[in-house]
Ligand binder design. Structure first.
Ligand SMILES: NC(=O)c1ccc[n+]([C@@H]2O[C@H](COP(=O)([O-])OP(=O)(O)OC[C@H]3O[C@@H](n4cnc5c(N)ncnc54)[C@H](O)[C@@H]3O)[C@@H](O)[C@H]2O)c1
Length: 382
């Protein structure tokens, strides 16, 4: 095969996101057979040799590495796909770019704005294609929301509202650090729910409703000390357990955002709502194939919230899957992302979100954390 028609993927990390990415690369060419560029699962890397060998066999990678540097040095890899914890993103992305690779990276882009800026500068100076896996943009119902907003159906937007709720760290016995609970270790994660959960809400908000100018935030760390997962020693907790902020968008609308891991009963409840002059839309990750739409232009007697089952052939992405009425799920959002990225490599529509797009999200997160600390409104840097 002509190597220009394929991209040889080197994946870093074989945890939760390693699985979603591997599935995405595999399924993209099956369900998008007209893609101009075909992914090849060339190699996977993780530090534990048994973990990485088992993963390679399960997903069909041709070879393995236990040090990402060895992966980056290989001549038979075109794309480095970063699905490892946040403290690895910047170093791997910058090295991969220097080696002339294309780079895809999990969110948040960097642990800090400084890391994210270095990553953007690296990919832009090298002129390599890049993308960040903010996958919720490619839930068909969310993509449909974007089309409706862009068509002007909402008119002037007044309110944007989003929350992302979980409940898995309420017990003080949940440790920090280590392979399973690195998200609770500020040195690895960079922040708590702000960079982990709110980052998704912010990315979607910037995409649907434009830039955020100023924020006023509060954060809380409910459990102040947790055992280290490796040593068992009690250590102060540096992450935010909950984060909420008010936002002023540049288009004049007001935003409210909330994320927490302390909302008992909620496992991954991402919801968003936009209220405009003519219409409103609402979406809920637990019912992800539906978009709620209220159009004030409807005849008065029949006016009400429509619950659109986003499964028809003329809905975004859906003609690629089953017959109308049959819904798809979470993993498909990654397949859509992989397919759109491969299409862009073959000369199709430019791909978003890029590293630069994800830097904008990191800048809002940074202003949120700064505001929580200063207890003042903070301007989002541009
Ligand atoms: N897009 C999303 O919705 C979404 C969801 C979950 C996680 N994420 C992001 O994906 C990334 C990974 O999260 P996860 O939940 O898959 O984590 P995970 O803990 O399930 O998996 C991490 C993997 O990285 C490997 N790893 C760790 N350090 C490494 C190193 N130095 N070199 C090579 N491999 C290393 C681990 O062995 C493991 O296989 C994080 O940045 C996270 O924020 C994004």
């Amino acid at each position: 095969m002509d190597p220009r028609d394929s991209v040889r993927v080197g994946l870093v990390g074989c945890g939760f996101m390693g699985r979603t990415h591997s599935n995405a690369w595999r399924q993209a060419e099956r369900f998008f057979p007209d893609l101009p560029v075909r992914p090849i699962l060339q190699a996977v890397c993780a530090r534990n040799p048994d973990e990485v060998a088992g993963f390679a066999g399960q997903w069909g990678y041709e070879s393995t590495e236990t040090d990402w540097r060895a992966l980056v040095d290989r001549d038979d890899i075109d794309l480095i796909d970063i699905a490892s914890p946040n403290d690895t993103h910047a170093e791997i992305a910058v090295a991969a770019t220097a080696a002339g690779k294309l780079v895809s990276c999990e969110k948040p882009l960097g642990r800090t704005v400084a890391e994210a800026v270095a990553m953007v500068e690296a990919v832009e100076a090298a002129g390599v294609a890049n993308m960040v896996w903010y996958n919720y943009r490619r839930v068909p119902a969310v993509t449909l929301a974007k089309l409706l907003v862009d068509e002007g159906r909402l008119g002037r937007v007044f309110h944007y509202r989003a929350k992302f709720l979980q409940d898995w760290t309420i017990s003080k016995d949940v440790p920090q650090g280590g392979p399973a609970t690195w998200r609770l270790d500020v040195d690895v994660a960079g922040s708590g729910v702000t960079g982990d959960l709110l980052a998704h809400c912010i990315d979607t908000a910037l995409w649907l409703n434009g830039p955020i100018g100023r924020v006023s935030a509060m954060t809380e760390t409910f459990v102040k000390e947790r055992p280290d997962a490796v040593t068992g020693e009690l250590r102060p907790v540096g992450i935010d357990d909950a984060s909420a902020f008010l936002a002023r968008f540049d288009n004049g609308s007001l935003g409210t955002f909330e994320a927490t891991r302390y909302a008992r009963g909620h496992k991954a409840l991402y919801t968003l709502e936009i209220n405009g002059e003519h219409a409103s839309i609402a979406w809920d990750l637990h019912d992800l194939h539906r978009l709620q739409f209220f159009d004030h232009g409807d005849e008065g007697r029949l006016r009400g919230w429509r619950s659109i089952h986003v499964t028809d052939g003329d809905h975004p992405y859906m003609k690629r899957w089953w017959v109308p009425g049959l819904q798809i799920g979470y993993e498909h959002t990654f397949v859509h992302q992989a397919a759109d990225f491969l299409a862009s490599l073959g000369g199709g529509e430019p791909f978003h979100p890029t590293f630069r797009d994800a830097l904008a999200t990191d800048r809002v997160s940074d202003a949120v954390l700064a505001s929580a600390k200063s207890e003042r409104w903070e301007t989002v840097a541009s």
